[in-house]
Write a protein that binds this ligand. Structure first.
Ligand code: HEM
Length: 448
């Protein structure tokens, strides 16, 4: 509904299957691992930006920096567009970032008209649809106007990136990353199979929806991981030791995809963070036909039944990712506790001998089945690499501001009592390369 063309997240059935088959090769471990150089380049820029801001030791809101980094990584790594989000002053991209951050919460305020959006998007003739959509800007309805402005801005920015890539293709110039989304879709569009299937609008819609899907989710996950480590100095130190010793064993060189993936404690901390605090805590669906769902854990309710659940066609169903990931039936009595060590013994990680149908870690964090997350490998590489670069240089601690986590589209950090200011994550950051700081009171607040 947000895009003019058909993006992966909005298409269904056969169209979805074909599009997913087309896009999936870009997000395999082998392709994502080739983004290493770009990822490190961006991560080091983030590290330098943080170092400049903290000047040794101070409390800093790192949410904005993480959000810009996630956007830069998805645009540079996924689309191969030379975007510089961390550099201040690029108004065009700060507007784009704002549109990405506000489009879904604004859509949430339009819940009563959202069911009609999909049919409006397909309304013909196109001139009539465009005329009607422009009228939205004159409606006395702020949320509708804001939503339209966000959609237009995202569409225009992605069109500009697409135009840039088309130019590169024509001139046969080199790209930042090897195989990127835009080139891949451009080539597919010209191939016989997709000639009449993929329009320019569809390519722009896919670029936009992948940026949208990969930006806030990863920012949420990174923020949570760093907040957890800041609250647990002893665990943070163990993760840092693991990273530093792996780098030392690698002759001081950057760790590649496989080496990062093979760090057991970092991996366990990521799994446990993403299990306990999934950025997306539920997804909504509508049943396409009458169906019967067999229940692993019977519901003890006479009205509903016990072993199975009958659901009629057209029923709204919610998959409770957050609830399943914390189910005591699955994870035992420690389900609600943060215990990374549970991932060391892989054989015995859940209480029962059955597997969750999720694609990651016996959880539903990245969902499962046909609609599972396309960018899971991209996200995990990003999270591990950024964590390794940041912890290699900084020690993190809690500031005196209390953080509360609120559900927008994903779960984001806010300062208690200052939620009107938008998401933020102030942490105490100490630059480990700067010598004695000499201020004991700061050290005390750091270790509390
Ligand atoms: C920690 C980070 C991430 C989490 C927790 C996450 C989670 C999810 C979930 C739960 C879904 C299913 C949504 C639904 O069906 O309603 C999904 C879908 C999707 N994700 Fe992610 N995601 C993350 C990062 C990314 C990244 C980095 C990208 C892109 C590079 C991405 C691209 C997508 C796409 C395109 C879909 C739609 C897939 C389809 O409909 O077949 N995600 N993600």
């Amino acid at each position: 509904m947000i895009h003019r063309g058909d993006g992966l997240a909005s298409v269904k059935g056969d169209q979805h299957r074909k599009l997913k088959r087309l896009l999936s090769p870009l997000f395999t471990a082998s392709n994502v691992s080739k983004l290493e150089a770009i990822f490190y380049h961006v991560a080091y820029r983030l590290r330098e930006t943080v170092a400049e801001e903290v000047v040794g030791f101070s409390s800093r809101d790192i949410f904005g920096m993480l959000s810009s980094t996630a956007l830069e990584l998805i645009v540079k790594g996924g689309i191969s567009y030379p975007l510089d989000c961390l550099a201040a002053g690029d108004a065009k991209f700060s507007d784009f970032q704002r549109a990405l951050n506000t489009v879904l919460p604004t859509a949430g305020r339009l819940w009563m008209v959202i069911p009609y959006f999909e049919s409006w998007r397909k309304l013909r003739p196109v001139w009539l649809r465009r005329f009607l959509s422009r009228l939205v800007l004159y409606l006395p309805w702020k949320a509708a106007r804001e939503f339209k402005q966000c959609c237009d801005l995202m569409d225009q920015t992605c069109r500009d990136m697409y135009g840039y890539q088309q130019n590169l293709s024509l001139k046969k110039l080199g790209r930042i990353s090897g195989r990127d989304l835009c080139t891949h879709l451009l080539e597919a569009k010209e191939s016989i199979d997709c000639k009449h299937v993929l329009t320019n609008d569809d390519i722009v819609a896919n670029m936009s929806s992948i940026i949208l899907a990969g930006h806030e989710t990863t920012t949420s996950a990174m923020s949570r991981l760093l907040h957890i480590l800041a609250a647990r100095p002893e665990l943070q130190e163990r993760v840092r030791e693991e990273i530093v010793s792996a780098r030392t064993n690698n002759d001081g060189k950057d760790l590649n995809y496989r080496q990062l993936d093979n760090l057991p404690l970092l991996d366990a901390v990521c799994r446990e963070t993403l299990r306990l605090f999934p950025p997306v805590i539920f997804v909504g669906r509508e049943t396409a036909q009458d169906t019967i769902v067999p229940l692993k854990f019977p519901i003890h309710d006479m009205a509903i039944g016990s072993q199975e659940l009958r659901i009629l066609k057209g029923t709204r169903v919610y998959v409770g990712i957050g609830a399943i990931n914390r189910s005591e039936e699955l994870w035992g009595t420690s389900a609600n506790q943060f215990i990374p060590e549970r991932w060391f013994n892989r054989e015995d990680r859940t209480q029962h001998a059955f597997k969750m149908p999720g694609v990651y870690s016996d959880s539903l964090t990245f969902l499962g089945g046909a609609r599972s997350c396309l960018g899971m490998k991209f996200a995990l590489f990003e999270i591990k690499l950024l964590t390794s670069v940041l912890l290699g240089r900084f020690a993190l601690g809690l500031s005196d501001k209390e953080i509360c986590w609120r559900l927008d589209t994903t779960v984001l950090p806010y300062v208690e009592g200052e939620t009107h200011k938008g998401p933020s994550l102030p942490l105490i950051v100490k630059d480990l390369q700067v010598g004695d700081l000499g201020e004991d009171h700061k050290r005390e607040s750091f270790t509390k």
